[in-house]
Design a protein around this ligand. Structure first.
Ligand SMILES: [Fe+2]
Ligand SMILES: [Fe+2]
Length: 505
């Protein structure tokens, strides 16, 4: 290849390298291109990390052909000393062009380690070792090219002219690595910030601690299971790596808006708070003592009147006992319905009767047994939230949308707000906040909706309410799918592939 063509090729490689931001793919690409450029049978790439050299990539054509495929290579650290060839190049910044690594004179500081050759029955001969230096002349790593193959499949020494050309490629590679690392660092920073914030918001309430983390794990599992389906309803759907990332972020952030929901609603364990129940108990104790007082007063009047009618006295005493028993039964009833998740018509009727009863308060005023607020809260039929409180809880989605719309997501993550915003939408249009229907709900949001409900039902970290058994929770998902609330294909996949198993808390 003439020089002009080589420079052209080098340019193309440079462009390809600067376009790759995934560090792992980039490192593989650098070595592959450098090998292609120099017709090397094999090569290794090392990255400098503090006082160590990390052996990051190994490629070997001969061995790949022999084993019928590339073996999985796990990076490992090496001490950075001048004794190894790569270490020498990394420390001194010198290019080494070695004709035969088994013939390195003993006078050199570095030597060749033949372990790899022995283990793999390979013969390393020529080697071109080039330090990768960035624009600030800092050595980022080392590129080690092995066995330059001639047209006739013979191992040659690397051409002298490759030294400068590979060195120039190595510099471009160094800059690309630097950028990819920077992007990697920023990504990691953003990821941990998102995860930390979401976990902290979840942890405000024992009801939701760990929720977003589990939802993210479950959502990714579902998406990966969909990717494996080559036929059936998911044949046309495939989530790329960036799309999986986007879904993961939407899952982590879907309830971020709960930061705008007041704690007492999130924390609500029963229909009324302990404070309010205590105040009812005190009131009812007062009611009981006022019944006793009334009886005592009647008794005094009776004695003072000089009547000898014992039967009458007994009668008013029985009456007092009956009244007190009734109050005790009311207390028992109120305690029960305060904690129950389902209140029957009969219970509501009884509650109404209690609320209409009156007693004489300490100020001498006639008051109802229950306040309007207490009655409204206790008369909730399902769950423990009043309609107003439901609205407050539901408002978390609007808060989520407002927060996420203000985050300048990168191109790959631009739909995070859309997916997160639709995690309470139902296929039949009964969800919120948009009342979206069918196709209006992206598949990512459908996944989120299902795993979100599943986690809310089964989460084991609810101190006040036992979690629902697994089979019951799965049946609930199925019946919600039957009512066309949830996507039945995703629900069935979730159940048949047992995607809910072994979730990390
Ligand atoms: Fe939510
Ligand atoms: Fe949620």
């Amino acid at each position: 290849m003439d020089l002009r063509k080589q420079v052209e090729r080098l340019n193309k490689i440079g462009i390809a390298l600067s376009g790759e931001t995934n560090l792992r793919t980039l490192l593989e690409l650098i070595l592959l291109e450098a090998r292609g450029f120099t017709d090397s049978d094999a090569g290794s790439l090392y990255i400098k990390e503090d006082d160590k050299l990390s052996f990051e990539v190994a490629q070997n054509n001969t061995l790949d052909k022999r084993s019928g495929g590339k073996e999985v290579f796990k990076p490992f650290p090496l001490p950075m000393t001048k004794k190894s060839i790569a270490g020498y190049a990394a420390i001194t910044g010198k290019i080494l062009n070695i004709e035969d690594v088994y013939e390195i004179p003993a006078t050199e500081e570095y030597s060749f380690n033949p372990d790899f050759d022995k283990r793999n029955n390979y013969r390393t001969k020529s080697m071109l070792v080039v330090p990768m230096m960035d624009h600030e002349e800092e050595i980022i790593g080392v590129l080690q090219l092995i066995n330059s193959i001639s047209k006739y499949s013979k191992v040659n020494t690397f051409d002298k002219e490759y030294e400068d050309l590979v060195s120039s490629l190595a510099s471009q590679a160094a800059v690309a690595i630097r950028n990819a690392r920077l992007i990697d660092d920023i990504k990691r920073l953003f990821e941990s910030l998102v995860q930390y914030s979401a976990s902290a918001i979840d942890a405000r309430s024992p009801h939701t601690a760990g929720h977003s983390k589990r939802v993210a794990q479950l959502a990714i599992r579902v998406a990966k299971a969909i990717n494996k389906m080559n036929s059936g309803p998911f044949a046309e759907i495939f989530f790329t790596q960036p799309e999986l990332e986007e879904l993961g972020y939407a899952a982590w952030l879907h309830d971020i808006g709960k930061i705008g929901v007041r704690e007492f609603v999130l924390e609500k364990a029963n229909k009324l708070s302990d404070d309010r129940i205590d105040s009812i108990m005190n009131r009812f104790a007062l009611i009981k003592s006022s019944i006793e007082k009334r009886f005592m007063e009647e008794k005094i009047i009776f004695i003072e009147s000089g009547r000898k009618d014992e039967e009458y006295l007994k009668e008013i005493e029985e009456g007092m006992k009956r009244d007190i028993k009734e109050v005790d039964e009311d207390i028992e009833f109120l305690t029960r319905i305060n904690k129950s998740n389902f209140t029957s018509d009969e219970d509501i009727k009884r509650l109404r009767n209690i609320s209409k009863k009156r007693y004489l308060s300490s100020s001498g005023k006639e008051e109802y047994y229950l306040t309007e607020f207490e009655y409204n809260n206790l008369s909730v039929r399902k769950g423990n939230l009043t309609p107003d409180e439901y609205k407050i809880i539901q408002s978390h989605v609007m808060h989520t949308i407002n927060i996420l719309n203000n985050i300048p997501f990168t191109k790959n993550l631009k739909k995070v707000p859309v997916f997160a915003a639709a995690h309470h939408e139902m296929l039949n249009g009964t969800g919120y906040p948009g009342g979206l229907k069918d196709r209006e709900i992206p598949v990512q949001a459908r996944i989120l909706c299902i795993v979100d409900i599943f986690d809310a039902l089964t989460a084991g970290d609810r101190p006040y309410r036992p979690s629902i058994p697994l089979d019951k929770a799965l049946n609930m998902l199925r019946s919600a799918a039957k009512e066309n609330c949830l996507d039945s294909n995703i629900v069935e996949l979730f159940i048949s592939e047992r995607l809910y198993e072994d979730i990390d808390n």
